[in-house]
Design a protein around this ligand. Structure first.
Ligand code: F6R
Length: 242
């Protein structure tokens, strides 16, 4: 893992954007794995800015989102379909047909996981996977204890994850208990991984990522084995680490 520390969230987001913009320039048909949550919003804002200035184009880019809650329709403001549309896709020149997000409303969720995995594999996997970090070490919605060999699957969300995400809902009871997530094996097959970490709530997880061993009880630890993983972290996270 290569670690790049930035002074603050904005700088971290700009660094992430620079890396992505360069790669999109080199490969306009790039396949991007994308995350939701608070952390990548600065990156998305910056990419939108460059797209509006016509410095980059998403016309030929394909995206695969990591995850979606089970039971929330795409029109629900807390669904990841809605999040991606609001925060990114509707502001850029991407072809909607090239954007992919698991369908958490599928009648047969197991079949949906197989379908989504096949779409990723048919495309040849991700060139770059953007990740955020859960306080408990999850990446995507791969919670502690998830096998490193998993592909797209259904996951029961941990109480701590539902608590962390309750900030987007009226109360914790409204946070879905299950989600569909791309698995760790698929994440690890991405040619490059960019892990974004910001804020002091992530300090403990960051410390464990950098200084702990590789274990399924801390899913992000597997990234230590990835050949091209860049960790972008801001000083709000690192200032307490000795
Ligand atoms: C979201 C996702 C999650 C988040 C993680 C951190 O698509 O895959 O792993 O990246 O929960 O969320 P934030 O950025 O809100 O702290």
């Amino acid at each position: 893992m290569k670690i790049i520390e930035s002074k603050n969230y904005l700088k971290m987001s700009h660094t992430a954007c620079q890396i992505l913009a360069e790669q999109i320039g080199q490969n306009p048909k790039i396949k991007l794995g994308l995350a939701t949550g608070s952390t990548p919003i600065g990156l998305y804002n910056r990419l939108i800015h460059l797209n509006k200035k016509k410095e980059i184009s998403f016309q030929k880019v394909t995206t695969f989102n990591l995850d979606e809650y089970v039971g929330l329709p795409a029109t629900h403001p807390n669904s990841y379909h809605y999040f991606m549309r609001e925060n990114f896709f509707q502001h850029i020149d991407i072809n909607e047909a090239n954007t992919h997000i698991p369908n958490g409303m599928a009648y047969d969720l197991e079949k949906e996981c197989i379908r989504y995995q096949q779409v990723i594999e048919t495309a040849g996997g991700m060139d770059i996977q953007v990740l955020g970090l859960g306080e408990n070490g999850h990446i995507g919605f791969n919670e502690p204890g998830t096998s490193f060999s998993e592909e797209t699957h259904i996951i029961s969300l941990e109480k701590s994850t539902r608590e962390a995400n309750a900030r987007f809902f009226d109360n914790i009871d409204q946070v879905p208990k299950k989600a569909i997530t791309v698995g760790i094996n698929t994440i690890m097959q991405s040619k490059q991984v960019i892990l974004l970490i910001s804020g002091e709530t992530k300090a403990e997880a960051y410390n464990r990522l950098v200084n702990g061993g590789i274990t399924e009880t801390f899913p992000a630890s597997i990234l230590q084995k990835h050949k091209n993983c860049i960790v972008l972290v801001d000083q709000e996270t690192t200032f307490q680490i000795t």
